[in-house]
Write a protein that binds this ligand. Structure first.
Ligand code: KG4
Ligand code: ZN
Length: 312
């Protein structure tokens, strides 16, 4: 069974070919350079760039997978959530190919996609607890069976990726700021005191208070700010609150598998803190996807489609 999967929800144009849940190709054209000069993603430019890039990305994915267009059995695409004008580009291409090949079209949820990235090279035992941390979302989710994730808790304001990007911008770092802060955080020590945001007995998150605390501190310190130490202090605070909430969810719901998902799961500090939980919860399977499957990609959408077909 061969699935062609398309992802265009934000600023990565991606096409993947998945055969029997194995990735034959996963081509990603990033638009980061285009949006960097604006300090964030400009939706109309992103949509235009998707339509410019998609023919080449599609051709490359098919060539690399060593298949013919006529070998495709299903066409999957991200239908929500995302930037509407960007999602439309992927949808139109998917619909056109499905119509031409007379094959079924499978709309897939982008957030499911991030969670299913962990199945590319691993397996789950239910119940599965997922921490989804991206530019637009911060959620703890639980599933007893496939494609039935329930939200246990989520951010009441900013997403963690958004907080990273905004704090990086305050420091004059380029977009996207998450990876920039992550690199600097490896070089410093914790010296700045920042509040642990919404460190309470609920599974919800809040990052706007931390963002304001960072703005005040950066404004106060001005050119005296020790950027590496600040990055380490910030990252330690964020990781600590994420780990506290994961542990609260583990102790409440007793999952058998923990999955890290979304762009921020590429973060070195978070990855190693999550993997360390293994020492405390030895019966818990912990999956931290490979870096190329953490940020937006079409392979993860193809995985959702694979399980949609199997669970019909
Ligand atoms: O999942 P994703 O590619 O797109 C969305 O669906 O939002 O996530 C993008 C977010 C951005 O906010 C980016 O700064 C953040 O993921 N990110 C990171 C790292 N790599 C990407 N944040 C912290 N550390 C990283 N290494
Ligand atoms: Zn995403």
């Amino acid at each position: 069974m061969i699935i062609l999967a398309i992802e265009t929800s934000c600023d990565e144009t991606s096409v993947a070919i998945i055969k029997d849940k194995k990735v034959l190709s996963n081509i990603i054209a990033s638009q980061i350079k285009l949006h960097q000069k604006y300090g964030g993603v400009v939706p109309e430019l992103a949509a235009r760039e998707h339509s410019e890039n998609i023919p080449t990305v599609l051709q490359t994915a098919i060539t690399k997978a060593k298949i013919k267009l006529s070998d495709i059995d299903y066409v999957a695409y991200t239908n929500t959530p995302g930037l509407v004008s960007c999602l439309h580009v992927g949808k139109i291409i998917a619909q056109t190919i499905a119509l031409y090949l007379e094959k079924p079209l499978l709309p897939c949820n982008h957030l499911d996609g991030h969670l299913y990235a962990s199945l590319i090279e691993d397996t789950w035992t239910f119940p599965v607890l997922g921490l989804l941390v991206s530019g637009g979302h911060t959620q703890l989710m639980l599933a007893e069976k496939h494609l039935q994730f329930k939200v246990l808790g989520q951010t009441l304001d900013d997403a963690v990726g958004e907080c990273y990007d905004k704090v990086a911008r305050m420091l004059g770092l380029p977009y996207p700021g998450g990876p920039e802060i992550d690199v600097l955080a490896q070089k410093g020590i914790v010296t700045y005191k920042l509040p642990l945001p919404k460190n309470d007995n609920t599974l919800d998150f809040s990052f706007s208070g931390l963002k304001s605390a960072c703005a005040n501190l950066i404004d106060k310190e001005k050119e005296h700010i020790q950027v590496n130490n600040f990055a380490t202090s910030f990252q330690t605070t964020v990781v600590q609150v994420l780990i506290n909430k994961i542990e609260l969810a583990i102790n409440t719901y007793h999952p058998k598998t923990l999955v890290l998902a979304g762009g921020v799961s590429a973060n070195k500090g978070l990855r190693s803190a999550v993997l360390k939980l293994k020492m405390k919860y030895s019966n818990l399977k912990i999956i931290v996807p490979k870096l190329e499957y953490c940020t937006d990609n079409a392979a993860m959408i193809g995985m959702v489609a694979s399980y949609q077909i199997e669970n019909k």
